[in-house]
Write a protein that binds this ligand. Structure first.
Ligand SMILES: Nc1ncnc2c1ncn2[C@@H]1O[C@H](COP(=O)(O)OP(=O)(O)OP(=O)(O)O)[C@@H](O)[C@H]1O
Ligand SMILES: [Mg+2]
Length: 343
Protein backbone atom coordinates (compact mmCIF):
# COMPACT_ATOMS: atom_id res chain seq x y z
CA UNK A 1 0.00 0.00 0.00
CA UNK A 2 1.26 3.46 -0.85
CA UNK A 3 2.10 5.64 2.14
CA UNK A 4 0.25 8.91 2.62
CA UNK A 5 2.45 11.97 2.18
CA UNK A 6 3.37 13.66 5.46
CA UNK A 7 3.08 17.14 3.95
CA UNK A 8 0.98 18.19 0.99
CA UNK A 9 0.92 21.74 -0.33
CA UNK A 10 -1.85 22.57 -2.76
CA UNK A 11 -1.57 25.72 -4.83
CA UNK A 12 0.06 27.94 -2.23
CA UNK A 13 0.12 31.66 -2.97
CA UNK A 14 1.55 34.35 -0.76
CA UNK A 15 1.07 37.95 -1.80
CA UNK A 16 2.67 40.79 0.19
CA UNK A 17 1.29 44.31 0.18
CA UNK A 18 -1.57 46.44 1.47
CA UNK A 19 -4.39 44.31 0.05
CA UNK A 20 -3.29 40.79 -0.80
CA UNK A 21 -6.78 39.22 -0.95
CA UNK A 22 -8.11 41.77 -3.38
CA UNK A 23 -4.97 41.50 -5.48
CA UNK A 24 -5.40 37.71 -5.58
CA UNK A 25 -9.00 38.12 -6.76
CA UNK A 26 -8.32 40.70 -9.39
CA UNK A 27 -4.89 40.05 -10.83
CA UNK A 28 -4.13 38.03 -13.92
CA UNK A 29 -2.50 34.97 -12.38
CA UNK A 30 -0.43 34.22 -15.41
CA UNK A 31 1.59 37.42 -14.96
CA UNK A 32 5.16 37.24 -13.70
CA UNK A 33 6.11 38.60 -10.29
CA UNK A 34 7.62 41.71 -11.86
CA UNK A 35 4.46 42.39 -13.86
CA UNK A 36 2.20 41.97 -10.81
CA UNK A 37 4.44 44.30 -8.85
CA UNK A 38 4.35 46.90 -11.56
CA UNK A 39 0.58 46.73 -11.98
CA UNK A 40 -0.55 46.33 -8.38
CA UNK A 41 2.36 47.29 -6.11
CA UNK A 42 2.12 43.85 -4.49
CA UNK A 43 4.90 41.25 -4.30
CA UNK A 44 4.09 37.65 -5.13
CA UNK A 45 6.31 35.87 -2.59
CA UNK A 46 5.04 32.40 -3.49
CA UNK A 47 3.23 31.66 -6.71
CA UNK A 48 0.97 28.63 -7.05
CA UNK A 49 3.30 26.11 -5.43
CA UNK A 50 2.21 22.50 -5.00
CA UNK A 51 4.27 19.56 -3.80
CA UNK A 52 4.20 16.67 -1.38
CA UNK A 53 6.73 15.18 1.00
CA UNK A 54 6.68 11.53 2.01
CA UNK A 55 7.36 10.41 5.58
CA UNK A 56 11.07 10.06 6.26
CA UNK A 57 12.18 11.94 3.19
CA UNK A 58 14.34 15.04 2.90
CA UNK A 59 12.74 17.52 0.57
CA UNK A 60 15.03 20.35 -0.49
CA UNK A 61 13.79 23.75 -1.62
CA UNK A 62 16.49 25.48 -3.62
CA UNK A 63 16.67 28.83 -5.40
CA UNK A 64 18.42 32.17 -5.57
CA UNK A 65 17.90 34.88 -2.99
CA UNK A 66 14.36 36.25 -3.16
CA UNK A 67 12.93 33.20 -4.92
CA UNK A 68 10.42 32.61 -2.11
CA UNK A 69 12.01 29.78 -0.13
CA UNK A 70 11.67 31.28 3.35
CA UNK A 71 8.17 32.53 2.63
CA UNK A 72 7.14 29.05 1.57
CA UNK A 73 8.64 27.26 4.56
CA UNK A 74 7.05 29.79 6.92
CA UNK A 75 3.69 28.91 5.39
CA UNK A 76 4.30 25.26 6.34
CA UNK A 77 4.35 26.11 10.03
CA UNK A 78 2.02 29.07 9.60
CA UNK A 79 4.57 31.52 10.89
CA UNK A 80 2.88 33.36 8.06
CA UNK A 81 -0.51 32.60 6.55
CA UNK A 82 -0.65 31.77 2.86
CA UNK A 83 -2.93 34.13 0.94
CA UNK A 84 -4.42 31.13 -0.81
CA UNK A 85 -3.91 27.37 -0.87
CA UNK A 86 -3.85 24.41 1.46
CA UNK A 87 -1.12 22.94 3.64
CA UNK A 88 -2.01 19.43 4.74
CA UNK A 89 0.02 17.82 7.50
CA UNK A 90 -0.93 14.19 8.03
CA UNK A 91 -3.98 14.94 5.94
CA UNK A 92 -5.15 17.87 8.06
CA UNK A 93 -5.37 21.34 6.56
CA UNK A 94 -3.40 23.54 8.96
CA UNK A 95 -4.43 26.77 7.24
CA UNK A 96 -7.86 26.43 8.86
CA UNK A 97 -7.04 24.97 12.30
CA UNK A 98 -7.66 26.85 15.53
CA UNK A 99 -4.99 28.74 17.42
CA UNK A 100 -4.72 26.02 20.05
CA UNK A 101 -4.37 23.25 17.47
CA UNK A 102 -1.65 25.27 15.82
CA UNK A 103 0.16 25.63 19.13
CA UNK A 104 -0.09 21.93 19.61
CA UNK A 105 1.34 21.30 16.15
CA UNK A 106 4.35 23.52 16.86
CA UNK A 107 4.97 21.97 20.27
CA UNK A 108 4.77 18.37 19.24
CA UNK A 109 4.90 17.70 15.56
CA UNK A 110 7.03 20.29 13.85
CA UNK A 111 10.23 22.16 14.66
CA UNK A 112 12.32 24.69 12.84
CA UNK A 113 16.05 25.42 12.55
CA UNK A 114 17.10 28.85 11.31
CA UNK A 115 20.15 30.22 9.53
CA UNK A 116 21.18 32.51 12.37
CA UNK A 117 20.57 29.89 15.02
CA UNK A 118 18.02 31.99 16.92
CA UNK A 119 19.39 30.94 20.31
CA UNK A 120 18.57 32.71 23.58
CA UNK A 121 21.85 34.42 24.56
CA UNK A 122 21.11 34.49 28.31
CA UNK A 123 20.24 30.84 28.54
CA UNK A 124 22.81 28.11 28.89
CA UNK A 125 23.05 25.49 26.17
CA UNK A 126 20.97 23.05 28.18
CA UNK A 127 18.20 25.60 28.74
CA UNK A 128 18.21 26.50 25.06
CA UNK A 129 17.88 22.84 24.15
CA UNK A 130 15.21 22.23 26.79
CA UNK A 131 13.20 25.30 25.76
CA UNK A 132 10.53 23.47 23.76
CA UNK A 133 10.03 21.01 26.60
CA UNK A 134 9.72 23.84 29.09
CA UNK A 135 7.08 25.53 26.93
CA UNK A 136 5.28 22.22 26.82
CA UNK A 137 5.19 22.22 30.62
CA UNK A 138 7.57 19.33 31.30
CA UNK A 139 9.27 19.22 34.71
CA UNK A 140 12.87 20.27 35.20
CA UNK A 141 14.29 16.81 35.80
CA UNK A 142 12.54 15.28 32.85
CA UNK A 143 13.48 18.04 30.42
CA UNK A 144 17.11 18.12 31.53
CA UNK A 145 17.41 14.38 31.07
CA UNK A 146 16.01 14.63 27.58
CA UNK A 147 18.13 17.70 26.75
CA UNK A 148 21.33 15.96 27.91
CA UNK A 149 20.55 13.01 25.70
CA UNK A 150 20.08 15.25 22.65
CA UNK A 151 23.17 17.32 23.48
CA UNK A 152 25.20 14.12 23.30
CA UNK A 153 23.45 13.10 20.10
CA UNK A 154 24.55 16.27 18.29
CA UNK A 155 28.13 16.00 19.59
CA UNK A 156 28.08 18.70 22.26
CA UNK A 157 28.83 16.65 25.33
CA UNK A 158 30.49 18.79 27.98
CA UNK A 159 28.94 22.06 26.76
CA UNK A 160 25.57 21.96 28.53
CA UNK A 161 26.48 24.65 31.08
CA UNK A 162 28.03 27.10 28.64
CA UNK A 163 26.39 30.12 27.06
CA UNK A 164 25.90 30.39 23.28
CA UNK A 165 28.51 33.17 23.00
CA UNK A 166 31.18 30.76 24.22
CA UNK A 167 30.50 28.45 21.26
CA UNK A 168 31.66 28.60 17.64
CA UNK A 169 29.13 29.07 14.84
CA UNK A 170 29.06 25.37 14.05
CA UNK A 171 28.51 24.50 17.71
CA UNK A 172 25.76 27.09 18.02
CA UNK A 173 23.98 25.53 15.09
CA UNK A 174 24.27 22.16 16.81
CA UNK A 175 22.43 23.74 19.72
CA UNK A 176 19.79 24.99 17.26
CA UNK A 177 19.45 21.50 15.89
CA UNK A 178 19.33 19.96 19.36
CA UNK A 179 16.63 22.41 20.44
CA UNK A 180 14.52 21.45 17.44
CA UNK A 181 15.04 17.75 18.04
CA UNK A 182 14.40 17.81 21.78
CA UNK A 183 10.63 17.94 21.28
CA UNK A 184 10.92 14.83 19.11
CA UNK A 185 9.12 16.38 16.18
CA UNK A 186 8.02 14.27 13.24
CA UNK A 187 8.81 17.12 10.88
CA UNK A 188 11.91 19.32 10.84
CA UNK A 189 12.00 22.52 8.79
CA UNK A 190 15.43 23.97 8.05
CA UNK A 191 15.85 27.45 6.60
CA UNK A 192 19.43 27.61 5.30
CA UNK A 193 20.79 26.10 8.52
CA UNK A 194 24.39 25.87 7.37
CA UNK A 195 24.70 28.96 5.17
CA UNK A 196 26.41 31.05 7.85
CA UNK A 197 29.09 28.42 8.48
CA UNK A 198 32.47 28.20 6.83
CA UNK A 199 32.89 25.45 4.21
CA UNK A 200 34.62 22.77 6.29
CA UNK A 201 32.27 23.08 9.26
CA UNK A 202 29.41 23.19 6.83
CA UNK A 203 30.39 19.90 5.23
CA UNK A 204 30.81 18.33 8.65
CA UNK A 205 27.32 19.48 9.67
CA UNK A 206 25.82 18.18 6.43
CA UNK A 207 27.42 14.78 7.00
CA UNK A 208 26.21 14.65 10.57
CA UNK A 209 22.69 15.60 9.62
CA UNK A 210 22.67 12.88 6.95
CA UNK A 211 23.91 10.47 9.57
CA UNK A 212 21.24 11.50 12.06
CA UNK A 213 18.59 11.33 9.38
CA UNK A 214 19.62 7.79 8.42
CA UNK A 215 18.95 6.79 12.02
CA UNK A 216 15.95 8.96 12.92
CA UNK A 217 14.04 9.07 9.61
CA UNK A 218 12.32 12.39 10.23
CA UNK A 219 10.42 14.17 7.51
CA UNK A 220 12.57 17.14 6.57
CA UNK A 221 12.12 20.24 4.47
CA UNK A 222 15.54 21.76 3.93
CA UNK A 223 16.11 25.12 2.32
CA UNK A 224 19.34 26.11 0.66
CA UNK A 225 20.59 28.34 -2.11
CA UNK A 226 23.53 25.99 -2.72
CA UNK A 227 22.86 23.38 -5.40
CA UNK A 228 25.66 21.06 -4.27
CA UNK A 229 24.14 21.07 -0.79
CA UNK A 230 20.74 20.41 -2.36
CA UNK A 231 21.86 17.31 -4.23
CA UNK A 232 23.77 16.04 -1.24
CA UNK A 233 20.92 16.39 1.23
CA UNK A 234 17.79 15.91 -0.86
CA UNK A 235 15.76 12.86 -1.83
CA UNK A 236 13.77 15.31 -3.91
CA UNK A 237 14.59 18.87 -4.87
CA UNK A 238 12.26 21.68 -5.80
CA UNK A 239 13.90 24.59 -7.57
CA UNK A 240 12.18 27.96 -7.20
CA UNK A 241 12.43 31.15 -9.18
CA UNK A 242 10.47 34.38 -8.59
CA UNK A 243 8.11 32.58 -6.22
CA UNK A 244 7.24 29.76 -8.62
CA UNK A 245 8.50 26.23 -9.20
CA UNK A 246 11.09 25.89 -11.95
CA UNK A 247 11.62 22.16 -11.60
CA UNK A 248 11.01 19.34 -9.19
CA UNK A 249 12.65 15.92 -9.17
CA UNK A 250 15.36 13.71 -7.74
CA UNK A 251 18.89 15.14 -7.84
CA UNK A 252 19.64 12.74 -10.67
CA UNK A 253 16.59 13.76 -12.73
CA UNK A 254 17.45 17.42 -12.39
CA UNK A 255 21.13 17.01 -13.21
CA UNK A 256 20.37 14.74 -16.17
CA UNK A 257 17.53 16.88 -17.56
CA UNK A 258 17.53 20.47 -16.37
CA UNK A 259 14.20 22.05 -17.36
CA UNK A 260 15.60 25.41 -18.48
CA UNK A 261 18.66 27.63 -18.45
CA UNK A 262 18.05 28.81 -14.86
CA UNK A 263 18.26 25.21 -13.64
CA UNK A 264 21.03 24.26 -16.06
CA UNK A 265 23.22 27.04 -14.66
CA UNK A 266 23.01 25.44 -11.21
CA UNK A 267 23.86 21.98 -12.52
CA UNK A 268 26.86 23.14 -14.51
CA UNK A 269 29.46 22.67 -11.78
CA UNK A 270 28.08 19.42 -10.47
CA UNK A 271 30.36 16.39 -10.79
CA UNK A 272 27.83 14.41 -12.81
CA UNK A 273 29.37 11.03 -12.22
CA UNK A 274 28.59 11.43 -8.52
CA UNK A 275 24.91 12.01 -9.21
CA UNK A 276 24.13 9.93 -12.28
CA UNK A 277 23.47 6.22 -12.00
CA UNK A 278 24.37 3.41 -14.36
CA UNK A 279 20.66 3.08 -15.26
CA UNK A 280 20.58 6.67 -16.47
CA UNK A 281 23.55 6.49 -18.82
CA UNK A 282 23.56 2.81 -19.91
CA UNK A 283 22.96 1.69 -23.46
CA UNK A 284 19.73 -0.28 -23.24
CA UNK A 285 19.96 -3.85 -24.54
CA UNK A 286 17.67 -6.79 -24.00
CA UNK A 287 19.77 -9.67 -25.28
CA UNK A 288 23.02 -9.33 -23.32
CA UNK A 289 23.94 -12.51 -21.51
CA UNK A 290 26.20 -12.29 -18.47
CA UNK A 291 28.70 -15.13 -18.60
CA UNK A 292 29.86 -16.68 -15.37
CA UNK A 293 32.66 -14.69 -13.75
CA UNK A 294 31.76 -11.53 -15.67
CA UNK A 295 31.06 -8.41 -13.64
CA UNK A 296 27.70 -6.65 -13.57
CA UNK A 297 26.54 -3.45 -11.90
CA UNK A 298 23.21 -2.33 -10.49
CA UNK A 299 21.14 0.26 -12.34
CA UNK A 300 21.06 2.34 -9.17
CA UNK A 301 24.88 2.37 -8.76
CA UNK A 302 26.43 5.81 -9.19
CA UNK A 303 29.04 6.09 -11.95
CA UNK A 304 31.50 7.18 -9.29
CA UNK A 305 31.43 3.73 -7.71
CA UNK A 306 31.86 1.66 -10.86
CA UNK A 307 34.76 3.37 -12.62
CA UNK A 308 37.20 0.67 -11.51
CA UNK A 309 35.02 -2.16 -12.78
CA UNK A 310 34.59 -0.60 -16.21
CA UNK A 311 38.24 0.44 -16.42
CA UNK A 312 39.41 -3.12 -15.77
CA UNK A 313 37.67 -4.75 -18.75
CA UNK A 314 37.59 -4.24 -22.50
CA UNK A 315 34.07 -5.70 -22.69
CA UNK A 316 30.78 -3.89 -22.03
CA UNK A 317 29.61 -4.42 -18.45
CA UNK A 318 26.03 -5.59 -17.86
CA UNK A 319 23.69 -3.28 -15.95
CA UNK A 320 21.08 -5.24 -14.01
CA UNK A 321 17.88 -4.30 -12.19
CA UNK A 322 16.97 -5.31 -8.64
CA UNK A 323 15.87 -8.75 -9.84
CA UNK A 324 19.20 -9.36 -11.56
CA UNK A 325 17.92 -9.17 -15.13
CA UNK A 326 20.04 -7.29 -17.65
CA UNK A 327 18.61 -3.93 -18.75
CA UNK A 328 21.60 -2.48 -20.53
CA UNK A 329 25.36 -2.22 -20.76
CA UNK A 330 27.91 0.37 -19.82
CA UNK A 331 31.43 0.75 -21.18
CA UNK A 332 34.46 3.02 -20.90
CA UNK A 333 33.22 5.45 -23.48
CA UNK A 334 29.88 5.96 -21.66
CA UNK A 335 31.66 6.43 -18.35
CA UNK A 336 34.13 8.91 -19.78
CA UNK A 337 31.39 10.88 -21.49
CA UNK A 338 29.32 11.02 -18.33
CA UNK A 339 32.35 12.30 -16.43
CA UNK A 340 32.86 14.99 -19.01
CA UNK A 341 29.17 15.84 -18.91
CA UNK A 342 28.35 14.98 -22.50
CA UNK A 343 26.39 11.84 -23.08
N1 LIG B 1 7.12 40.50 4.93
C1 LIG B 1 7.32 40.78 3.64
N2 LIG B 1 6.77 41.89 3.08
C2 LIG B 1 6.94 42.16 1.76
N3 LIG B 1 7.65 41.38 0.92
C3 LIG B 1 8.21 40.27 1.42
C4 LIG B 1 8.09 39.92 2.80
N4 LIG B 1 8.76 38.75 3.01
C5 LIG B 1 9.29 38.42 1.80
N5 LIG B 1 8.96 39.31 0.86
C6 LIG B 1 9.32 39.26 -0.57
O1 LIG B 1 8.99 37.99 -1.07
C7 LIG B 1 10.03 37.52 -1.94
C8 LIG B 1 10.53 36.19 -1.45
O2 LIG B 1 11.27 36.38 -0.26
P1 LIG B 1 11.89 35.18 0.60
O3 LIG B 1 12.45 35.75 1.84
O4 LIG B 1 10.89 34.10 0.72
O5 LIG B 1 13.07 34.69 -0.38
P2 LIG B 1 14.21 33.60 -0.12
O6 LIG B 1 14.17 32.69 -1.28
O7 LIG B 1 14.07 33.02 1.23
O8 LIG B 1 15.54 34.49 -0.21
P3 LIG B 1 16.93 34.37 0.63
O9 LIG B 1 17.73 33.29 -0.06
O10 LIG B 1 17.55 35.72 0.44
O11 LIG B 1 16.62 34.06 2.05
C9 LIG B 1 11.08 38.61 -2.00
O12 LIG B 1 10.88 39.37 -3.16
C10 LIG B 1 10.82 39.42 -0.76
O13 LIG B 1 11.14 40.76 -0.99
MG1 LIG C 1 15.31 33.00 2.93
Amino acid sequence: MATEPKIICNNIWKVFGPNPERTMREMDRSLTRAEVQEQTGHVVGVKDVSFSVDPGETFVVMGLSGSGKSTLVRCLSRLIDPTEGQVLIDGKDITTVSHSELKDLRRHKLAMVFQHFGLFPHRKVIDNVAYGLEVRGEGRKQRYEKAMEIIDLVGLEGWADHYPRELSGGMQQRVGLARAMAVEPEILLFDEPFSALDPLIRREMQDELLDLQARLKKTMVFITHDFLEAIKMGDHIMIMRDGAISQMGTPEEIVANPADKYVADFTEDVPRYKVLSAGKVMRPVSNHVVKSGEPSVLMSAKIDGLIDIVADTDEPVAVVDGQGSVQGVIDRSIVMKSMKGSF
